[in-house]
Design a protein around this ligand. Structure first.
Ligand SMILES: *[C@@H]1O[C@H](CO)[C@@H](O)[C@H](O)[C@H]1NC(C)=O
Ligand SMILES: *[C@@H]1O[C@H](CO)[C@@H](O)[C@H](O)[C@H]1NC(C)=O
Ligand SMILES: *[C@@H]1O[C@H](CO)[C@@H](O)[C@H](O)[C@H]1NC(C)=O
Ligand SMILES: *[C@@H]1O[C@H](CO)[C@@H](O)[C@H](O)[C@H]1NC(C)=O
Length: 530
């Protein structure tokens, strides 16, 4: 522990003295989440703030040993009792199941898999929580560093609890949670099920009756499941650390600002609390010149141009059968192809296709010679394509990818294929259509213009709000008061009950008076008759 911590502690303390701006503590997510968070961190550093990253030594995607990063950010590395391979394995299992197996699985099998996966994720998550919160030395270091704000991707468990314990302002950054449960239940974002489709349903905002039925069902299901899951698995830990009954939702609900990584160019409009900021595409930037080998490759493509292929940072390789289907299709198009791929080389790989371990994706998409992008539809790649107006062929795998791609398909900027049934012919046809039919490019161009035309870029918006929180010690005045209300108060059921009581007693009174009058009338009539 010490050998890890001590050099970092020095950097942190130096950082406090030197930095002219604020001091941010970051809990970044992993994989593509990390890339996204980095954009904010880079910009914060550029604006002379000091950025400290709290990372476990088993982080599967954050290389805290990188000397260039270490010169920019202060890494505080803490030791956890599990290995990088173990934690990466959990993610891989999940991705593998969702991508290749979930299609054939029954609902029961899917639920079992999900439950099993969540159990493992929570197991490792709580070990990591212990490694932070029960490490007195680490907590003392964090306390002494006197951060101005905490920037958290909730993919990392307990970052919000650390912020809570240290009593620091909190900024949460996320793309979505299943059924928007975290945003709704903890962040108090409104989501009327009649026109706000629950993530990751690929519905439009004008839903049919049956879609609305499913939508309401998903909201109810995810609300109940999340509450139950938090209560049975996590809340006890929050209560133990805080020494009083508490919950993960209470901790996350402290967030001053929510940076949601999507925007109205893709997501259907919805009501949002004033502390919800939509910053989709914040990592997009103009392209840099290509490295020499790629530049030569692009040059060799002539007028036909290039197609870029990537299935994201987690799924670098695909199954053998599938990679052959893809390689065959790619071999048939007149364009040159750059394919980010790590598995064994497909047998049907053609000479127009170049395989790379890693690609400078943003720079490739920015190049006007790029004609199309074949992608799994992860949010980062999708926004880069929108930013640079590159039409897509999408092969969604899991999570929000089917939703992302469906939304571009509605706008006529993408063709979406099913990974399980797709043939080489279909893929070739789709690529040819997207490259040759101008409407795909035109629709993407229009989306791109809408995406870019705003008073403050997505990145500037995100960084503005981080700076705002640091400057004013939070943004409590933007938080909805609903977090202090209980369910009965929130839905005004107590008021409704009171009104109902008044109405009912007035009715009863009227009834009694009427009866009384009637009775008196009748008596008078009888008296006259007598
Ligand atoms: C950061 O600090 C340097 C040195 O003090 C200064 O020259 C530069 O203008 C500052 N940058 C910003 C964005 O404030
Ligand atoms: C960083 O360096 C330490 C010590 O040399 C090593 O134990 C650790 O595995 C390295 N981590 C990464 C992510 O390369
Ligand atoms: C929703 O709107 C789109 C385009 O405006 C239209 O094509 C679609 O048919 C509508 N769906 C429903 C269910 O009304
Ligand atoms: C991906 O590659 C890894 C090793 O590189 C291998 O273990 C795994 O089985 C591959 N996955 C698929 C789906 O082919």
């Amino acid at each position: 522990m010490k050998q890890f911590l001590l050099p970092s502690v020095l950097i942190v303390l130096l950082g406090v003295g030197v930095a002219s701006g604020g001091h941010v503590l970051v809990f970044p997510g992993e994989y593509s989440h990390w890339l996204n968070m980095r954009s904010i961190m880079d910009e914060l550093v550029r604006r002379n703030h000091s950025v400290t990253v709290l990372v476990s030594d088993a982080s599967p995607s954050i290389n805290y040993n990188d000397t260039r990063d270490a010169a920019k950010f202060n890494f505080i590395v803490f030791r956890v009792p599990f290995s990088r391979a173990e934690i990466h394995g959990v993610t891989e299992d999940f991705v593998y199941f969702s991508t290749y197996k979930s299609q054939q699985a029954s609902v029961l099998q899917k639920m079992m898999m999900m439950q099993n996966w969540l159990r493992q994720a929570v197991h490792f998550g709580l070990l990591q929580c212990d490694a932070m919160l029960k490490n007195q030395e680490l907590m003392a270091t964090l306390r002494d560093a006197r951060f101005d704000a905490v920037l958290l991707d909730p993919m990392i468990m307990c970052g919000d609890l650390v912020a809570d314990v240290l009593d620091l302002p909190l900024i949460v950054s996320l793309r979505f949670s299943f059924g928007n449960a975290i945003e709704r239940l903890c962040g108090h974002a409104m989501a009327p099920p009649s026109y706000v489709p629950a993530a990751p349903l690929p519905y439009r905002d004008n839903m049919t009756f049956s879609e609305r039925l499913v939508n309401v069902g998903l909201y109810v299901f995810t609300s109940a499941m999340s509450q139950w899951f938090w209560r049975t698995n996590i809340d006890h830990y929050y209560s133990e650390i805080k020494g009083r009954p508490s919950s993960v939702c209470e901790s996350l609900g402290r967030a001053d600002i929510w940076l949601i990584r999507t925007f109205w160019d893709i997501t259907p409009p919805r009501p949002a609390p004033p502390n919800f900021k939509y910053v989709g595409g914040l990592h997009c930037k103009p392209g840099k010149p290509l490295p020499d080998d790629l530049e030569a490759f692009y040059e060799s493509s002539g007028d036909a141009g290039v197609v870029v292929v990537s299935f994201g940072s987690i799924v670098a390789n695909v199954t053998t059968g599938l990679s052959d289907v893809i390689a065959t299709a790619l071999g048939r198009i007149p364009q040159k192809v750059i394919w980010r791929y790590k598995g064994t080389k497909p047998k049907s790989l053609a000479s127009n296709t170049k395989i790379c371990d890693w690609i400078p994706q943003n720079d490739l998409l920015a190049d006007p010679r790029t004609r199309a992008f074949l992608t799994h539809g992860g949010t980062n790649g999708l926004y880069e394509a929108v930013y640079h107006a590159v039409p897509l062929v999408g092969v969604p795998l899991f999570a929000d990818q089917p939703e992302n791609l469906a939304r571009l398909q509605y706008r006529g900027a993408a063709i979406v294929l099913d990974i399980h049934s797709m043939t080489s012919d279909e893929l070739t046809d789709a690529l040819n259509a997207v490259v040759n039919e101008p409407r795909y490019k035109n629709n993407m161009q229009r989306l791109s213009e809408l995406h870019r035309d705003r008073p403050l870029s997505a990145l500037d918006t995100a960084v503005f709000w981080v700076e705002f929180v640091m400057k004013h010690g939070g943004a409590r005045h933007l938080r909805l008061a609903s977090r202090d209300l209980n369910w009965v108060q929130y839905h005004s059921l107590d008021v409704a009950a009171a009104l109902l009581a008044v109405i009912m007693s007035s009715c009863a009174l009227c009834w009694a008076v009427t009866c009384c009058l009637l009775r008196r009338c009748r008596r008078r009539k009888w008296e006259k008759q007598d």
